[in-house]
Ligand binder design. Structure first.
Ligand code: NDP
Length: 396
């Protein structure tokens, strides 16, 4: 593998730390991987421990007010420190050839765009970039010659087997079904944040874990796949596959179906994105199909998990609707994790926020944003609507 300079946006998260593992393993095999920049939200302790291991040139934290504390935490490590939105963007703009985009939520958009604008190779874990600003994001990547390598396991799987994009009949995104696949609506109504975050197969950050429990994660992935691979909603199906062994399928016009299999370990797609078009030798868990025994598949229950219908409707409506869906969902998930609303309120808030925004002037979800400023207007309007609805549910 040739020498590479790397930046990791969201290094203190689940994906960020798995990326760190992969980098250390490859370095152990002699790969020359230099770290240009890293970013964190507010976890200074983990940021400092990570900087001790990675020795990046630059580290940025999200809050401007944390600059002093971040400098103190990283003192003596020879790392330049920045804070606030412009520092996060600087981390994306610094000259790394390969950038891991793993900040959670729409907060990842501008730092990732800074990498896209200088034509970097972007390993895209942050699906909200695409859901929030899909067509503009894809168009910017094309214009600036940035290569997008999907890290989300399903999209990485499709990327690995999408040998003939013009000969595809349909894509199948597999879904584990989350922790409430077999739960009753009553049990879901009473679910706590910790129960919702106890994913049966994957260990992930809390926001995506809740998204997996509502199946909104699969809805966001449907949108992500549509924008990333250029297929309409009707050509992308979702199938529940509780074993999480097949990470997605591509169905071709000749009747062939290609899938990618592997243990549920994000270091596999991260390693693939980091070494593509090569493949690395990684000490990830090996798939033992005899031990797995049976692979099962079932249609999702959209009555129990309406997030799938909401996401599909948003994708069919257009780019502003997917922006609004993602923003309202972020607010609702935060309210649930904060103990202010119930689990079933998440989708209710998203649905009602979408209704509020239908035909609401500049923030109407019927329009397609033509600039990132217009995306921000829709995003803010959806957050405002979702906060109001969450507030009234919390007060009830
Ligand atoms: P985590 O919550 O574990 O980590 C999120 C990262 O973003 C942390 O570094 C966090 O910093 C940082 N962060 C949080 N808020 C902000 C903010 N406002 N500004 C700047 N940085 C911020 O998430 P995951 O690693 O699980 O997920 C990251 C992304 O990857 C998500 O978009 C998710 O959908 C996607 N993804 C994750 C998968 C997984 O297995 N985890 C699988 C596929 C996709 P800090 O902790 O310091 O506050």
């Amino acid at each position: 593998m040739s020498p590479r300079s790397i930046s990791i946006l969201g290094v203190t998260g689940s994906i960020g730390q798995s990326t760190l593992d992969v980098i250390e393993e490859l370095r152990g095999q002699g790969a020359e991987l230099d770290i240009e920049a890293v970013t964190a939200g507010g976890n200074l302790e983990l940021l400092a421990a990570t900087c001790r291991r990675l020795r990046p040139k630059f580290a940025a934290v999200a809050e401007p007010g944390q600059l002093g504390a971040a400098r103190e935490a990283l003192a003596g490590l020879g790392v330049e420190v920045g804070a606030g939105p412009s520092a996060l963007e600087e981390a994306g703009a610094r000259p790394a050839g390969w950038v891991m985009s793993a900040i959670v939520g729409a907060a990842g958009l501008q730092p990732t765009m800074a990498a896209v604008r200088r034509g970097a190779t972007v390993a895209l874990a942050n699906k909200e970039c695409l859901v929030c600003a899909g067509p503009l994001f894809i168009e910017a990547a094309k214009r600036h010659g940035a290569r997008l390598l999907p890290v989300d396991s399903e999209h990485n799987a499709i990327f690995q087997v999408l040998t003939h994009p013009d000969r595809v009949e349909k894509l199948t995104l597999t879904a584990s079904g989350g922790p409430f696949r077999t739960s009753s609506r009553e049990a879901m109504a009473a679910a706590t944040p910790d129960q919702a975050c106890a994913h049966p197969r994957w260990s992930m950050g809390r926001k995506i874990s809740v998204d997996s429990a509502t199946l909104m994660n699969k809805g966001l992935e449907l949108i992500e796949a549509s924008y990333l691979f250029g297929f309409p909603s009707k050509k992308i199906e979702i199938l529940v596959h509780p074993e999480s062994v097949v990470h997605s399928f591509v169905h071709y016009l000749d009747g062939s179906v290609l899938g990618q299999l592997g243990s549920p370990d994000m270091r596999i797609p991260i390693g693939y994105a980091l070494t593509w078009p090569d493949r690395a030798h990684l000490s990830t868990a090996r798939l033992d199909l005899a031990k797995v025994g049976a692979l099962t598949f079932e249609a999702p229950d959209t009555g129990k998990f309406p997030a799938l219908l909401l996401a599909r409707a948003a994708l069919d409506t257009g780019a502003a609707a997917t922006t609004a869906l993602s923003a309202a969902n972020e607010v609702a998930v935060e309210a649930f994790l904060g103990g202010r609303i119930g689990f079933l309120d998440i989708c209710r808030i998203v649905e009602e926020s979408m209704s509020v925004l239908e035909g609401s002037g500049a923030a109407s979800i019927a329009k397609s944003p033509t600039s990132f400023d217009e995306v921000a207007v829709v995003d803010q309007a959806a957050r405002g609507a979702a906060r109001r609805i969450a507030g009234s549910l919390a007060a009830a």
